[in-house]
Design a protein around this ligand. Structure first.
Ligand code: HPA
Length: 281
């Protein structure tokens, strides 16, 4: 994104947050981004208030089927939560500042941490569709970066550290919740590709050789933007399909949504347990 687009982010965030605060009087403790086919969690919140993205200044409307496009405020037990029900992706044509505007808004609202979910293709031969993966690290192959342009000093430093981008303590907490709930989880590196075409089998072989266990088209810009603001981030992938060339047949978004929907119940238990665990710290 050009420099002109990158500047003014801080004042846009102020406008977004002011518009939200005029409608919602609550201080969220935890932020959650709900990916493809995983949006139903937001509807389980108590005291739910839904703000369609279209009613919030600067929030991009999601154009992807299965992404509702609401900023949802509510409670899990006594814990205040803000959820993005659907997200914008770079492949939709949005500039990167807008792709990450939602998570920056959550950070500016003062959340303690953000749990990001996504649908992803599995690269590890022994895995199967339906597996859940706690992201340990990423490989970024997106052609544009959310921090390109003049650095917004009000948000963070020019060269943010990514050593612990997927917060180790939060990963431990989510792993503990999974064990307690009896839900099996994998761990691995998430490779972010630009999309919107799925990868080729050759690209998947490349990603495997480079050390990736999963591949998707989101999450990484959001995590970078959150680390820039020093808000803790964590990501959970629903492996909706084995990556290109690894399974039988063609890949489709419909299949991705179908598998994500089938894992919705376990995902909800994990997210719920995670939120309650964070609130106890
Ligand atoms: N590749 C990229 N993104 C994805 C995939 C995939 O195989 N599955 C779900 N999102």
């Amino acid at each position: 994104m050009g420099t002109a687009e990158a500047s003014g982010i801080d004042s846009r965030l102020d406008e977004t947050v002011a518009a939200i605060r005029a409608k919602v009087n609550m201080q969220p403790r935890v932020g959650v981004v709900l990916g493809s086919g995983l949006g139903a969690f937001a509807d389980t919140l108590g005291h739910l208030v839904k703000l369609p993205y279209a009613t919030i200044p600067h929030m991009p409307a999601s154009t992807v089927v299965g992404h509702a496009g609401n900023l949802c405020f509510g409670t899990i037990d006594h814990v205040n939560v803000v959820c993005m029900q659907g997200r914008a992706h770079a492949y939709e044509g949005y500039p990167m500042w807008q792709v990450v505007h939602g998570v920056r808004t959550m950070a500016r609202l003062g959340v303690d941490c953000v749990l990001i979910t996504n649908a992803a293709g599995g690269i590890e031969a022994t895995w199967s569709a339906g597996d859940l993966m706690i992201v340990t690290d990423h490989l970024n192959f997106m052609p544009t970066h959310p921090l390109t342009g003049p650095n917004e000093e009000a948000l963070g430093t020019r060269f943010p550290d990514m050593t612990n981008a997927y917060d180790r303590d939060l990963r431990g907490m989510l792993g503990e919740v999974a064990r307690r709930e009896g839900i099996a989880t994998r761990q691995g590196v998430y490779a972010a590709m630009p999309g919107p075409s799925f990868e080729t089998p050759a690209e998947i072989r490349m990603l495997r050789a480079l050390g990736a266990q999963a591949v998707g088209m989101s999450t990484v810009p959001e995590v970078i933007a959150l680390r820039h603001m020093r808000t803790r981030a964590l990501a959970l992938s629903c492996i909706t399909n084995m990556a290109a060339g690894m399974g039988q047949g063609e890949l489709s978004h419909e299949h991705v949504e179908q598998i994500a929907n089938a894992r919705q119940a376990d995902l909800e238990r994990l997210v719920r347990g995670f939120i309650l665990a964070v609130a106890q710290t």
